[in-house]
Design a protein around this ligand. Structure first.
Ligand code: FAD
Ligand code: 2HG
Ligand code: ZN
Length: 480
């Protein structure tokens, strides 16, 4: 086995899948829950969304209950079989697919919405529930999700929790460390850890559920989640502004926060190159012509007249004082959806251009766009495109660089330079996508050696045989 594009990685000393192992899985699961490469095409499970990493697993297990997850992991731990937990496989850091022949545990059959309570705002869901399906059910109960992202049609709530996904509403509702009230996780030895509290307040000892939020399948498999969901806003307004300079982008953010206050729910940046990519490659129509920068603003509230008035006055003020040059406010939800597509479909547009080098960084807000300029100057004509967009309101830049095909020469010009730059700004080398396989070697650029040491010790404690998502998050081997 060789890890594609990571030839220096060595397969751990795990058992190779045997007929005896397969016989065990077949004895505890139904035939449709055990997919083998002999009878199924497993390539969809082995390749990531970006088609940038590929494993060679020969077995996909699809448990339906927490107990089944427990029985599988207990056996894998005893037999020294490595396991890669997989949700919707929309992860962008190579964490969701095996590196070698790890058994894939796909949570897709655990997709039940167990309960939704409009009064408390608490939803209890199985981990494999697709985010959009959960959203639809919440809306029927006058609730909404505290997180939203472009991948919501495929990603699963368990995958979101495992990556601590951020997305376009974090500005308003905070991250999953706050919204997840409880969860059930199955540990590497098969033990079921019941932290499925629904209490908003619970200060009884260590809050262990937090360890699983953002642990990327390395500490346990999340099987159920209790989520605190806000009321569904009855009025949503979307504005789209064209802006001439980054200083004016910052001024737009400042004035939006000041004037929209509690109804501001998103503040997203799109640069000219990202805008050009979605409009030219996906043929999306933009109501605002060419500008160096665009801001998409969203408000969510409960009084349409009041919210529209606030957004309209902001637009008027920004135009009048020259902070923005052009702008529009969606007149209905269809137009709002088309404006959102200009932002949410950038990742898809970039992927259609060739190979994409993706960087998802936190940087101080004043330096938000500097990195894009620095990289452009550094890379000159090597890439097709070097663009920046992202969650401006949260200081989370998505720097994307594209080339016709994968080029190690280009990669070596970008990395580790990009991480070094972010580290010098005291930012984060992964703001919301996690480390997975692709970013694991850079963890120490933004985490202290002492923190990484204690992370490794925690991993060892929870998963002493390192069977859960090996090769991910930590550089080198776990014994180093
Ligand atoms: P997967 O990709 O299957 O897995 C991701 C990681 O979680 C892997 O390490 C996997 O092993 C682990 N995992 C999955 N399920 C479980 C489980 N039940 N228990 C334990 N571990 C598990 N991310 C953002 O943060 N914000 C965005 O705005 C955003 N937008 C995106 C837009 C597009 C178009 C795409 C393709 C991706 C986007 N992402 C975004 C990245 C991705 O969607 C998120 O990381 C998402 O949370 C992954 O969920 P998933 O179910 O697909 O998980
Ligand atoms: C987004 O915000 C996603 O659209 C994807 O996090 C970011 O493509 C990217 O770099
Ligand atoms: Zn994002």
């Amino acid at each position: 086995f060789t890890a594609v594009r990571y030839p220096y990685l060595k397969r751990g000393n795990y058992s190779f899948l045997s007929d005896r192992h397969l016989g065990f899985f077949q004895s505890i699961l139904s035939p449709h829950q055990v997919l083998t490469d002999e009878f199924n095409d497993l390539s969809g499970y082995n390749v990531d969304w970006m088609h940038s990493v590929r494993g060679s697993s020969r077995l996909v297990l699809r448990p339906k209950t927490t107990e089944e997850v427990g029985a599988i992991l207990q056996y894998c731990n005893a037999q020294n079989i490595a396991v890669c937990p997989q949700g919707g496989n929309t992860g962008l850091v190579g964490g969701s697919v095996p590196v070698f022949d790890e058994v894939i545990m796909s949570l897709g059959l655990m997709d039940a919405v167990i309960s939704v309570d409009e009064l408390s705002g608490i939803a209890i869901v199985q981990a494999g529930c697709v985010l959009e399906k959960l959203e639809t059910i919440l809306h029927l109960n006058n609730l909404t999700l505290p997180l939203d992202l472009g991948a919501k049609g495929s990603c699963q709530i368990g995958g979101n929790v495992a990556t601590n996904a951020g997305g376009i509403r974090l500005l308003r509702y905070g991250n999953l460390h706050g919204s997840v009230l409880g969860l059930t996780a199955v540990l590497a030895n098969g033990q079921i850890m019941d932290c499925l509290s629904t209490n908003k307040k619970d200060n009884t000892g260590y809050d262990l559920k937090q360890l699983f939020i953002g642990s990327e399948g390395t500490l346990g498999v999340v099987t159920q989640v209790a989520l605190h969901c806000p009321s569904k806003p009855t009025s949503v307004q979307v504005g789209f502004f064209g802006i001439n300079s980054f200083d004016n982008v910052l001024e737009t953010l400042r004035l939006s926060k000041q004037n929209l206050g509690e109804i501001l729910s998103s503040c997203e940046l799109i640069d000219a190159s990202s805008w050009n990519c979605v409009t030219s490659l996906l043929k999306l129509k933009s109501p605002v012509n060419y500008f160096p920068f665009y801001i998409l603003l969203e408000t969510s509230g409960s009084n349409a007249d009041h919210d529209a008035e606030k957004l309209n006055s902001l637009l008027e003020m920004l135009l009048k004082n020259g902070t923005i040059v052009d702008g529009t406010i969606a007149v209905d939800s269809t137009q709002a959806t088309s404006l959102w597509a200009l932002r949410e479909r950038i990742a898809e547009a970039l992927a259609s251009e060739g190979y994409v080098y993706k960087y998802d960084v936190s940087v101080p807000i004043r330096q938000f766009y500097q990195l894009v300029d620095v990289m452009r100057a550094r890379l000159e004509k090597l890439p097709i495109r070097c663009c920046g967009y992202g969650h401006l309101g949260d200081g989370n830049l998505h720097l994307n660089i594209t080339s016709q095909e994968y080029s190690s020469e280009l990669l070596n010009k970008i990395e580790p330079f990009v991480y070094d730059w972010v580290s010098r700004q005291r930012g984060s080398v992964s703001a919301e996508h996690g480390l997975g396989l692709k970013k694991r070697d850079y963890i120490e650029y933004t985490k202290s050696p002492t923190s990484v040491h204690w992370m490794r010790r925690m991993k060892k404690l929870f998963d002493p045989n390192n069977i859960l998502n090996p090769y991910k998050i930590f550089p080198g081997t776990l014994n180093e």
